[in-house]
Design a protein around this ligand. Structure first.
Ligand SMILES: C[S@@+](CC[C@H](N)C(=O)[O-])C[C@H]1O[C@@H](n2cnc3c(N)ncnc32)[C@H](O)[C@@H]1O
Length: 421
């Protein structure tokens, strides 16, 4: 089914963003002499391709920001670490990295992608998994796979997935277990009856469905061998500290020199549906649907309704007024999201000693463009931080769906460097 085009989007008029502190780099879109659009630059090096994640940061962008703003030996934090893109680039440059996310799939893959494991050990484990799971698949029961999960798979994919799940979760060595669970969850996406390159799950139809006959063990093997090679090539001492945490609960224990992060652009319902994207993959790594529901509540904007609080951001106030006229439910969801986002930024700013660097795109809700760059800058100024540098970049191929109607597509990213006063 073709996605509907976005029509009649309202742009709320705002003043252009100007850094308020003396700046070294004025050319929007250039950093260290690099064009931040990174057209044609390789993005799937090192461990980035072990597992896809939605709305992943552009790795060369993360690498440029780290080398320019985080001195060697310093600690860098990504409090919305997602698929681990920033953390990987940090360890490749010998920085200490800390990451957190509320999505257990994001935490798992970020850990796996930043942990060096010698290939001889992991290859040995892989052979044992393959051998045992192939035997087990012939007799395993799939009765307890929920209907909601089964719907997305061919019947003959379920026994091999169940067998791999059972064998992988028995691996004693924690680092190896995480690696193979990551590989299994990526495999579970490869064999899912969903269209690729889309963020919200949409089941294959007609001839597409007829033609799709994935082989679970072959898909797992391909992913496992490539993952084994890439984690084997990470710097041997490399490791990032990654944990499941709501960024609003960061403490001094997560203090860092600089934060580099790409926050969600909107709530999980109207923006990128991280939990819908992750649902089946989470199931195969042992997170029940009930647990997922609970974890999703910590997603910015998804918890209890915010109590009325005035918003200091002029851009946000003007934007919310337009949305309110169009749809009350969207207005309430946007208020919830931005108040949670402000709470998140407050906590993030409290643990950063030097800088907070935010990479974010705009979005569309109720046919109204929401300028996340301006809103973030207003929020950070409210917290006392000045905008030191401001860059923009064109999005050539970001994994953000054009969700049609209200979700909107994005073509520009704001890169904002805030400095502690
Ligand atoms: C834009 S993605 C980050 C992408 C990441 N930079 C990458 O390269 O993959 C935003 C992330 O924020 C996470 N998130 C949402 N609410 C959160 C919260 N309250 N605390 C921590 N993480 C949260 C989502 O689970 C999602 O993984």
């Amino acid at each position: 089914m073709p996605l509907s085009p976005i029509r009649e989007i309202t742009d709320v008029e705002v003043e252009p963003l100007e850094p308020c502190l003396p700046i070294e780099t004025r050319a929007a879109g250039m950093l260290n002499g690099h064009d931040l659009n990174f057209a044609g630059v390789e993005t799937q090096h090192a461990t980035h391709s072990i597992h896809p994640y939605v709305a992943a940061i552009n790795p060369p962008l993360a690498a440029s920001l780290i080398s320019h703003y985080v001195p060697e030996g310093e600690v860098m934090l990504d409090p919305f670490c997602g698929g681990g893109g920033v953390l990987i680039e940090a360890i490749l440059q010998g920085r200490q990295a800390i990451g957190c996310d509320i999505n257990p799939l994001a935490v798992l893959m970020s850990q796996a992608k930043t942990t060096h494991l010698p290939s001889s050990r992991t290859l040995h484990t892989y052979r044992a998994i393959e051998d045992e799971a192939e035997k087990l698949a012939r007799r395993i029961s799939i009765d307890d796979v929920p209907e909601l999960v089964r719907f997305w798979y061919r019947d003959d994919s379920l026994p091999p997935l169940r067998a791999l799940q059972t064998v992988v979760c028995r691996i004693e060595d924690e680092a190896q277990r995480r690696l193979f669970q990551t590989v299994l969850s990526a495999t579970a996406r490869d064999v899912m009856l969903t269209y690729r390159g889309e963020i919200r799950l949409r089941k294959m139809q007609g001839a597409d469905l007829e033609r799709f006959h994935p082989n679970v063990f072959a898909a797992f093997r391909k992913r496992a061998l490539s993952a084994i090679k890439s984690v084997g090539e990470l710097p041997p001492e490399s490791r990032a500290d990654v944990f499941a945490l709501d960024c609003r609960k960061l403490t001094k224990r997560q203090s860092c020199h600089t934060v580099i992060t790409s926050p969600p652009y909107g709530d999980d319902k109207n923006g990128v549906g991280y939990f819908q994207f992750s649902r089946n993959m989470l199931f195969w790594i042992g997170v029940s649907l009930e647990e997922q529901k609970h974890q999703r509540e910590a997603f910015l904007g998804c918890g209890v309704d915010a109590r009325e609080r005035s918003v200091s951001s002029e851009t946000l106030r003007l934007t919310l007024a337009v949305i309110r006229e169009r749809k009350m439910a969207h207005h309430r969801e946007a208020v919830n999201f931005y108040l949670d986002y402000l709470d998140g930024l407050k906590q993030i700013a409290s643990v950063a000693q030097e800088r907070v660097i935010i990479v974010i795109g705009d979005r569309v809700l109720s046919r109204t463009r929401i300028n996340n760059g301006h809103i973030t800058t207003d929020f950070m100024r409210e917290l006392g931080w000045g905008l030191e540098h401001y860059y923009t970049r064109q999005l050539l191929k970001k994994r953000i769906a054009n969700l049609g109607g209200d979700g909107g597509g994005i073509s520009l990213e704001h890169v904002m460097v805030f400095r502690r006063p």
